[in-house]
Write a protein that binds this ligand. Structure first.
Ligand code: ATP
Length: 199
């Protein structure tokens, strides 16, 4: 199975690109969705998080309080590494299971933190959605109601465009209309179907 890892900066257009591939019949698996599934009540990764962080990270409904976890992790690198050492293997295992079940001629795995994390090993190629920083800021302000300062801070907290692009096998530039993007996705889809045949 040829697995393409789709990544990109915040609000670069990953979800939009993934949807265009899905519309073309490509199997798309999203690690953000899987990251939520592996911490559902009863899952071993949630029990491991409670063991490491205490049961105050659970809401009154017994579910992980994601906002509280984010606050606890903010600025605490050691704790972040502990949490990643629990979550990443669980995400990888579940991704592997879903990938094996899903079939398809090739698969697109959406991994927002592909370049930053240890999840890169699961993919054969890296596809980066790239766009000018100013466009990301505009989209964050428009879609999420972020302030310019807030949007700039979110971008500053991520790896730079240059580092992400250095990890790319393919780049999809999202600097035009959705129709432009759809044409670029169609071109890559052809390329990946071809590569999948030789894989
Ligand atoms: P996040 O990092 O927050 O998950 P993302 O990388 O998945 O974001 P999208 O949600 O796909 O990004 O796009 C961000 C916003 O910009 C959305 O509101 C989307 O509809 C819009 N958008 C993306 N690409 C284009 C485009 N080419 N033309 C117009 N709007 C776009």
């Amino acid at each position: 199975m040829l697995r393409i890892g789709l990544t990109g900066g915040v609000a670069s257009g990953k979800t939009t690109v993934a949807k265009l591939f899905a519309d073309a019949g490509v199997v798309v698996l999203d690690t953000d969705v899987i990251a939520r599934e592996v911490v559902e009540p009863g899952e071993p990764a949630l029990a491991a998080l409670v063991e490491a962080l205490g049961d105050e990270i659970l809401g009154t409904d017994g579910r992980l309080d994601r906002a509280l976890l984010r606050r606890r992790l903010f600025g605490d690198e050691a704790l972040r590494r502990t949490v990643e050492s629990i979550l990443h293997p669980a995400i990888l295992a579940e991704l592997g299971r879903q990938s094996a079940d899903a079939g398809g001629s090739y698969q697109l795995l959406v991994i927002p933190l592909l370049v930053e994390s240890d999840l890169a090993g699961i993919v054969d190629r890296v596809l980066v959605v790239d766009c000018p920083v100013e466009r990301q800021i505009e989209r964050l302000m428009q879609r999420d109601g972020e302030t310019r300062e807030g949007a700039e801070a979110m971008l500053a907290a991520q790896v730079s465009r240059k580092i992400r692009l250095a990890a790319a096998d393919d780049v999809i530039v999202n600097d035009g209309t959705i129709a432009d993007l759809a044409a670029r996705v169609a071109g890559l889809d052809c390329k990946y179907r071809d590569l999948a045949g030789k894989h």
